[in-house]
Design a protein around this ligand. Structure first.
Ligand code: AKG
Length: 190
């Protein structure tokens, strides 16, 4: 159910991606049930429509599922320092919530999740899928992806996942949710 591809990017590409982690990162410590519910991390989102390098990387990643960067609204850069965590959650949009109406209209459901691990020199931070008893180990330059929806488009509850507590060092992650259709509202967060 979860695909892992080792050494998906080169060390040179890794260095370029690491440069995105800068002073613009926003500290998110929230347990209020919002977009960043139960996360302690620093993050920022970049619109791939405005970044040629991210387009190239994500076009290559998404060729595995026959899609392009145009199916992504934002590429997220997330940094989990010591104490960083993302508690158990699912990535598909709750169709019963009115706050998701515009997102569902402009691109549909978050069909896939793609992760790119930029380092493995920290302790903790594994991506854990308790429903299927699977824990993904951090490995520098490894890409991981899975499908959040079932064949009928409904949510696959088995994809619930978490980022385990980082107990030493820092975890650097690039991630994106891949929508069912191309996202045409590119300029603002939906
Ligand atoms: O940090 C991770 O390993 C998982 C990230 C995550 O849960 C998400 O982007 O939805």
């Amino acid at each position: 159910m979860i695909t892992e591809i080792k050494n998906f990017i080169t060390d040179e590409e890794n260095k370029i991606l690491m440069n995105y982690f800068d002073n613009d990162m926003v500290t998110t410590e929230s347990t209020d049930g919002g977009r960043y519910s139960f996360i302690i991390a620093k993050s920022k989102g970049i619109n791939p429509a405005e970044d040629k390098f991210l387009q190239e990387i994500f076009d290559r990643m998404l060729s595995n599922i026959g899609k392009t960067y145009e199916y992504i609204d934002y590429v997220f850069f997330t940094q989990y320092d010591e104490g960083g965590i993302f508690k158990l959650h699912s990535d598909f949009l709750d169709t019963s919530s009115s706050t998701n109406i515009s997102q569902l209209k402009n691109g549909g459901q978050r069909e896939y999740t793609f992760l790119l691990y930029l380092n493995d020199d920290c302790i903790g931070g594994e991506t854990n899928f308790p429903m299927i008893n699977t824990s993904i180990k951090l490995e520098k330059n490894k890409m991981v992806y899975w499908k959040n929806t079932l064949e009928d488009g409904g949510p696959n509850m088995l994809t619930k996942h978490e980022s385990k507590l980082v107990t030493k060092g820092t975890k650097f992650l690039v991630s994106a949710w891949i929508r069912q259709q191309k996202v045409y509202t590119n300029k603002t967060l939906l």
